[in-house]
Design a protein around this ligand. Structure first.
Ligand SMILES: [Zn+2]
Length: 128
């Protein structure tokens, strides 16, 4: 979970691992009780493109966070597939979001853009 609401009024997000939805449910209840806006939910570890067979395997299910986001009226930002390069890139100081060929990187960039549009008003956007 990522909450930077107290000191940085612009960024308020939540990352939900597929295996920890109960923790995420408690976090949403707590954040709502504290009146902390939630920019959206991200389903993490959604699918794994197997280097053995080339097919995508859903290790922790798929779509549960999206359905839940709809139920509780919070924007669904992204489903981020599992990629070992996310860990190695993070450990090496090059976040996967910078990798233009990575599906996980693409999902994270899309989520960041969705949060940006949600949180930062764009002058003239309402008129277009
Ligand atoms: Zn496989």
């Amino acid at each position: 979970m990522l909450v930077l609401g107290d000191r940085l009024p612009v960024i308020k997000g939540q990352i939900v691992p597929g295996v920890a939805i109960d923790d995420a449910r408690r976090a949403v209840v707590t954040l709502r009780r504290l009146d902390v806006p939630i920019a959206g939910l991200i389903e993490d570890m959604t699918g794994f493109v197997c280097d053995g067979c080339g097919r995508e395997h859903n290790l922790f299910g798929r779509g549960g966070v999206k359905r839940w986001a709809r139920e509780i009226d919070i924007p669904f930002l992204a489903a981020v597939p599992f990629e070992p390069a996310a860990r190695t890139g993070g450990d090496g100081g090059r976040p996967i979001a910078l990798d233009l060929a990575s599906p996980a990187g693409r999902a994270l960039r899309n989520a960041a853009e969705a949060m940006h549009h949600h949180l930062v008003p764009t002058p003239g956007r309402a008129a277009s």
